[in-house]
Design a protein around this ligand. Structure first.
Ligand code: HEC
Length: 141
């Protein structure tokens, strides 16, 4: 168990480290090329932030952003790769994101939106803890 924790810790540190390196590159060279996955993730973030604002203003989208299925094939930052855990989180994510868009009962909309954010967070807990504080802010209280 302790060994597994240590392994997980190393994975987390690795991810944090990489993020820092990427930020540094961005500042110094101005030619920072985010991976396809990082670009997709930023789109998913912006999209859900816009959705949050809409919900708070009393309306929400009913069309699933089909581009999100790219999560299954987008290229990741060097050194990262898909594994079974990642693939199952991808499936669950697409499912809850789709369920959100299919919500017809307006009393469930906030709950279903927060479910999406919680899946973002769950996957990040196993893959990449760096952006979690930012993602948490998407939740509607
Ligand atoms: C299946 C796992 C998984 C899910 C679900 C997931 N992420 Fe990610 N996320 C990742 C991984 C892995 C990376 C690192 C990608 C890379 O560096 O190539 C990442 C990176 C990010 C980044 C940093 C991008 C950058 O510029 O480096 C943000 C922000 C982010 N995710 C937000 C989200 C949001 C918001 C959601 C939900 C709407 C979400 N993620 C769902 C795994 C996931």
């Amino acid at each position: 168990m302790r060994y597994i924790s240590l392994l997980l810790l190393l994975v987390f540190l690795n991810c944090e480290e990489k993020n820092k390196k990427e930020v540094a590159q961005k500042i110094v060279f101005d030619v920072y090329e985010p991976s396809e996955m990082a670009t997709l993730m930023n789109e998913m973030y912006d999209y859900n932030l816009a959705v949050k604002d809409s919900i708070l203003n009393g309306h929400w989208p009913t069309h699933f952003p089909i581009d999100f299925i790219e999560i299954h094939k987008a290229e990741m930052t060097e050194g990262k790769s898909r594994n079974t855990v990642f693939n199952s989180f991808s499936e669950v994510f697409l499912k809850v994101q789709e369920d959100f868009h299919n919500t017809t009962d307006s009393t469930l909309i906030i709950q279903n939106f927060n479910k999406v954010v919680d899946v973002c967070i769950s996957c990040h807990q196993t893959e990449c803890v760096g952006p979690i504080p930012r993602i948490k802010k998407l939740r509607i209280q």
